[in-house]
Write a protein that binds this ligand. Structure first.
Ligand SMILES: [Zn+2]
Ligand SMILES: [Zn+2]
Length: 229
């Protein structure tokens, strides 16, 4: 079924390079180097400039995230188109171009040593409707670069949440409270975790997931996102 839907999508909305429009590719070889990478170099908590995206001195003790690595700003139209392409039904074909951004940005060199990669989960109903979780696909594809195992299903989404962007500040933390749970604490306890998401915007989701991981005993949680903003 998914194959048929993709074939129809390809006919109705042919894939084309997000920069020059050349057909049948998300990012043609000639344009691959043209996407401007501006790695995230701020504290993920207060957004003050920091070295390599590490949490700053004043946020370090309270933030569940020790830092964030991300390749490019989401405000860049090419980056946004690639990530939207990945999210809305064209996963397999857009995935290599998205992961190539991480590779070109050399994020592996900016991440600290870790034990485990965990993608931010989608609620199972949402995953079922979409047919996949794009963040899981990114994590699986990139895991080899980091030489780390990926854990899927242990960090689970317990309830459906409203998109954070639609909510006011005070509603956001309430919306996410109890959104995540850990199925098997033994796998997390004492481990250094890389938490993966496609985009880091307000950071609420990633921080809440990191908080639950720290509660389960993770010794450190670093975020990895393709885009931020
Ligand atoms: Zn092109
Ligand atoms: Zn800070």
């Amino acid at each position: 079924m998914a194959k048929l839907i993709n074939a129809i999508l390809d006919l109705v909305f042919p894939i084309s390079c997000v920069i020059c429009g050349r057909e049948k590719t998300w990012l043609c070889p000639a344009c691959a180097g043209a996407v401007v990478l501006r790695p995230f170099r701020s504290c993920p908590e207060c957004l003050k400039v920091s070295t390599g995206g590490a949490a700053c001195g004043s946020c370090r003790t309270d933030s569940p995230l020790s830092g964030l690595t991300a390749a490019a700003p989401y405000s860049d139209p090419a980056v946004r188109k690639l990530i939207c392409g990945l999210k809305y039904g064209r996963a397999r074909s857009a995935l290599p171009a998205v992961v190539a951004l991480l590779r070109r940005s050399n994020v592996s060199s900016r991440l600290p040593p870790a034990d485990l990669i965990i993608p931010v989960p989608l609620h199972r109903v949402k995953k079922h409707l979409r047919g996949f979780n794009q963040t899981e696909l990114i994590a699986a594809e990139f895991a080899g670069d980091l030489g780390l195992p990926v854990s899927v299903g242990n960090l689970a989404r317990r309830k459906k949440t409203e998109p954070q962007a639609k909510l006011r500040d005070e509603e956001r933390s309430k919306n996410l409270r109890d959104a995540f749970q850990i199925v098997n604490r033994g796998e997390i306890d004492g481990k250094r975790v890389i938490l993966v998401d496609d985009v880091f915007t307000s950071g609420w989701t990633m921080r809440e997931a990191a908080r639950v991981l720290r509660e389960a005993g993770a010794s450190e949680v670093w975020g990895l996102a393709v885009a931020y903003g």
